[in-house]
Ligand binder design. Structure first.
Ligand code: NI
Length: 170
């Protein structure tokens, strides 16, 4: 297993819809293992394949705290099939370092996907898990959390990003 480089905003691959997985081969197993190690090393609660430069519908999630046993969720070709309620909470992203913002999402979701062996699975979640599921599936569709915060906050983010970039060049 190896820790992969995480792509950062504004890299183009983060904006592209990823392709569905058709083969559950050894290459996919290695990608999932590397993504898992990369997520834990970051550390983060979720990671999508395009964040490590692979445009495929693969995501790993683990929202358990350090005290609990790890509960890794592997999602291949995931799709939200049910949404319920509304919930605003602070959110960050490994591809947008040092930035957090309040994002409104569904409170509960149900997702259908395949596991790493190609078997169909359904996952229901609320709280942090619901948030992570929506965040990662957004990634796989080319969306970032800054696309979920409204126009004014997004403009503010872009200005801040441009200013920081200009400063780092000096
Ligand atoms: Ni993210």
């Amino acid at each position: 297993m190896s820790v992969l480089e995480i792509k950062k905003y504004p890299e183009k691959i983060l904006r592209e819809k990823t392709a569905p997985v058709n083969e559950f081969d050894s290459g996919l197993q290695r990608l999932i293992d590397d993504m898992t190690e990369t997520m834990y090393a970051a550390p983060g609660v979720g990671l999508a394949a395009n964040q490590v430069g692979v445009s495929k519908q693969v995501s790993v999630i683990d929202v358990s705290t350090r005290e609990e046993q790890s509960s890794l969720i592997v999602l291949v070709n995931p799709e939200i099939i049910h949404k319920e309620g509304e919930c605003s909470s602070e959110e960050g992203c490994l591809s947008i370092p040092e930035y957090t913002t309040i994002v409104k999402r569904a409170e509960k979701v149900k997702v259908k996907a395949f596991n790493r062996h190609g078997e169909p699975v359904e996952i229901e979640g609320d709280g942090l898990l619901a948030r992570a599921l929506q965040h990662e599936i957004d990634h796989l569709n080319g969306f970032l959390l800054i696309d979920r915060i409204g126009r004014i906050k997004k403009e503010f983010f872009k200005k801040r990003y441009a200013r920081e970039k200009a400063l780092s060049r000096k």
